[in-house]
Design a protein around this ligand. Structure first.
Ligand SMILES: [Zn+2]
Ligand SMILES: [Zn+2]
Length: 260
């Protein structure tokens, strides 16, 4: 049975990812308005009324904007860390049901095995994830300021990866952001650059890695062309012929993927 996924939106203005097996469907992050989530899901095989839950990576608005209204409308449980739950933006309102997970401990929704792991980011208790279904593994890691040994270890042997390529370093440093914001992004609790993302992916090379989505691009400090330029070292290397690279977009869903 294949594992299906499709990025509905990715970037600093909102993030959401649909992951599904034939029996289970979850949304990972709900960083668009509830209305926009419904609209984007309309273009995918996922019907909001048939979701089994929403998993949150951390409390930042670009990951949680629609979670309250969306989960109330479709009576969905939320899965997140205690820290994320405590720090949800006040406008989230009451959640119909919440389940706490701990980083480092697997939890199960239907037939999806979800492994959350700690990442370094300026949130209370943020997570990356590996979602496992039968023999297939999808690794997700956006919003991290530094690539730790743990991150590399968790993401090895995945069949597909969704990894942050947040900014082009030169564009960020020469760009319009105020110095304290530039510093925040560059810190170990901020976001990783195109170059840092490439070094991570390069390190994760193996024969089963079929799809890599470069995600969470800054609209001000990055451009899909710059990301692809950085990844030329890999895309033009015959050792990476078995892997397809994509740049995830903010304003439209990415290509759907079925991992068999
Ligand atoms: Zn984010
Ligand atoms: Zn964040």
């Amino acid at each position: 049975m294949p594992l299906f996924f499709q990025i509905l939106a990715s970037g600093s203005k909102g993030n959401a990812l649909l992951v599904a097996s034939s029996k289970t469907k979850v949304l990972l992050d709900a960083g668009l308005s509830s209305k926009e989530l419904v609209k984007r899901m309309d273009k995918t095989p996922g019907n909001p009324a048939h979701l089994d839950g929403v998993v949150l990576s951390h409390e930042h608005t670009d990951h949680t904007r629609g979670v309250g209204p969306f989960c109330r409308r479709f009576h969905l449980p939320v899965f997140c860390s205690q820290g994320t739950l405590e720090r949800l933006p006040p406008q989230t309102g009451l959640l119909p049901q919440s389940h706490i997970f701990q980083t480092g401990r697997k939890f199960i929704i239907g037939d999806l095995h979800i492994h959350p792991f700690s990442i370094s980011h300026d949130a209370r208790d943020p997570s990356g994830f590996v979602i496992e279904h039968e023999q297939t593994r999808l690794g997700i890691c956006t919003d991290l300021g530094i690539v730790t040994h743990l991150v590399r270890d968790r993401l090895k042997t995945c069949d597909a990866l969704i990894i942050e390529a947040n900014h082009d370093l030169k564009l960020l440093m020469d760009g319009p952001y105020l110095p304290h914001l530039k510093q925040r992004i560059r810190s170990t609790h901020g976001h990783i650059s195109n170059g840092e993302c490439k070094d991570l992916v390069k390190n994760l090379h193996h024969q089963k890695l079929k799809q890599v989505f470069l995600a969470h691009l800054s609209e001000v400090n990055n451009h899909p062309q710059l990301v692809l330029e950085t990844f030329k070292e890999l895309t033009e290397d015959p050792r990476w012929n078995h892997t397809r690279f994509h740049v995830a977009r903010q304003h439209e869903p990415s290509a759907p993927v079925e991992l068999i």
